[in-house]
Design a binder for this molecule. Structure first.
Ligand SMILES: [Zn+2]
Length: 444
């Protein structure tokens, strides 16, 4: 069975950045077999994209899906104050709420063109089981890929940490549960739809010992490692006081500056920090909307890219970016780079590359992120006949500058997840209703 997707503007995001203005993609099963323009090859089925713009499926590299339950709280707070207000609310999370939250966040992401979602879950109230299984079930139901993390916190307020003591776990239990989830859920072959990452939460909520032990479990099992880092000036001050060094120096000391690690935010980096990320191969999840919402600052992304750092984009949790729209964050990445460094600081295509190839490389996936033969058939198609694109000869640039947009079609591993702007395998209105029932449990 082969399917030809014809009559589209194909943005391949291959190494040379090829685009086919009157192009096609040939898909065999789950994999792309050819991409080009001109006379298309024969195929079993043909789908007319009607001049739509086709991009590789976006890859989200940082999120907390459960936070869709608690949006628009702590509206003027910075990170630490925001966390202190929300930790007690989040202690009510259970599998039922997590499932509703994940379906909502994943549906929003799919409708924004995202085919692969990393979720950083680190809130595990005692006695609540099945939280990671619930989000994996939601991803399977909708049809998107998920990299779920067994996150953790073990440094409570009584030991100098930020989270309340009742939300922190015992180190041995965290590591045992991580291994169990890997055995139950992790796929390692190309085309994997479910993977597990190891992700202790942050320097101010995790002990050094758990950071080190997490790294050794991840390295033994061949899993990627993730944490929050250098998000705010308060975190910088906290690290200097508690550990006597900057967040990046702290990570280096723990053996966490390495090719199998990526860190969320990385807003407050010195030139030496940027160089250290480059020389060690450590990746970054850039979350511009969340950083603006919490007033954290803007990450030095052009400098990171010049240093050869792998950089992807993240919407971050829905309590600090109320909209899980990754295409909007492609635009935000472009705008904040220009706000910081002027009009030539980043091109439209560089911003798209962050959201596609960059994200795939941050998650260490070479089977997704570009439209090339042999890659997974993961792509998003946007219509170009709407009001906002009139007058834009460069429809690709027009789409980014005028974002956000609902995707017309989303294909994951050759299967339709969105068609005609609607979820194919789930009912959006039902997801929204079920989510409100759960969210009410967390209402102030
Ligand atoms: Zn986060």
């Amino acid at each position: 069975m082969s399917t030809l997707y014809d009559n589209g503007w194909i943005v391949t995001m291959d190494d040379a950045g090829h685009e086919h203005h009157e192009g096609w993609i040939l898909v065999d099963g789950a994999v792309i077999s050819a991409v080009g323009d001109g006379v298309p090859p024969p195929a079993t089925d043909r789908i007319d994209l009607r001049g739509g713009v086709v991009m590789p499926g976006l890859v989200n590299t940082h999120h907390h899906l459960y936070q869709t339950l608690t949006r628009a709280r702590a509206q003027e707070a910075g990170l630490f104050e925001w966390l202190r207000e929300l930790y007690p609310v989040w202690s009510g999370i259970d599998a039922e709420a997590e499932y509703a939250a994940a379906r909502t966040g994943l549906a929003e992401l799919a409708l924004s063109g995202c085919t692969t979602v990393f979720d950083h879950h680190y809130v595990f109230p005692r006695g609540r089981e099945g939280l990671i299984e619930a989000e994996v079930e939601a991803a399977r139901e909708l049809g998107v890929r998920i990299v779920a993390s067994r996150g953790s916190m073990d440094l409570g307020v009584s030991n100098g940490g930020l989270p309340p003591d009742e939300l922190v776990e015992e180190l041995d239990a965290v590591l045992a549960e991580t291994e169990r989830l890997v055995g139950a859920l992790h796929e390692s072959a190309p085309g994997a739809r479910v993977q597990i990452a190891v992700a202790p939460c942050s320097p101010f909520s995790v002990t050094s010992r758990l950071m080190e032990e997490s790294a050794s479990v991840a390295r033994r099992l061949g899993l990627p490692l993730h944490t929050h880092l250098a998000e705010t000036v308060e975190e910088d001050a906290y690290c200097r006081e508690l550990y006597g060094c900057t967040p990046v120096e702290y990570l280096e000391r723990l053996g966490w500056l390495a090719e199998d690690v990526w860190c969320a935010h990385c807003v407050h980096l010195s030139p030496a920090d940027v160089a250290a990320f480059g020389s060690t191969g450590t990746g970054v999840a850039h979350c511009p909307t969340s950083n603006l919402r919490l007033g954290a600052g803007v990450a030095p992304v052009p400098e990171l890219l010049r240093a050869g750092v792998r950089v992807g984009l993240g919407v971050d949790g829905s309590a600090s970016n109320e909209r899980s729209d990754l295409f909007l964050d492609v635009k935000q990445a472009l705008l904040v780079a220009r706000g910081r460094g002027g009009g030539t600081a980043m091109t439209v295509r560089e911003a798209i590359r962050l959201g596609t190839r960059g994200g795939a490389s941050v998650l260490r996936r070479d089977d997704i992120g570009s439209l090339e033969p042999g890659k997974q058939a993961d792509f998003a198609v946007w219509r170009t006949d709407g009001l906002e694109l009139g007058g834009a000869e460069d429809a690709v640039a027009g789409l980014v500058f005028s974002a956000p947009h609902r995707v017309d079609r989303l294909v994951v591993g050759g299967e339709h997840v969105v068609r005609g702007g609607a979820l194919v395998r789930a009912d959006e209105a039902e997801i929204a209703r079920a989510h409100r029932v759960q969210a009410r449990r967390f209402a102030p």
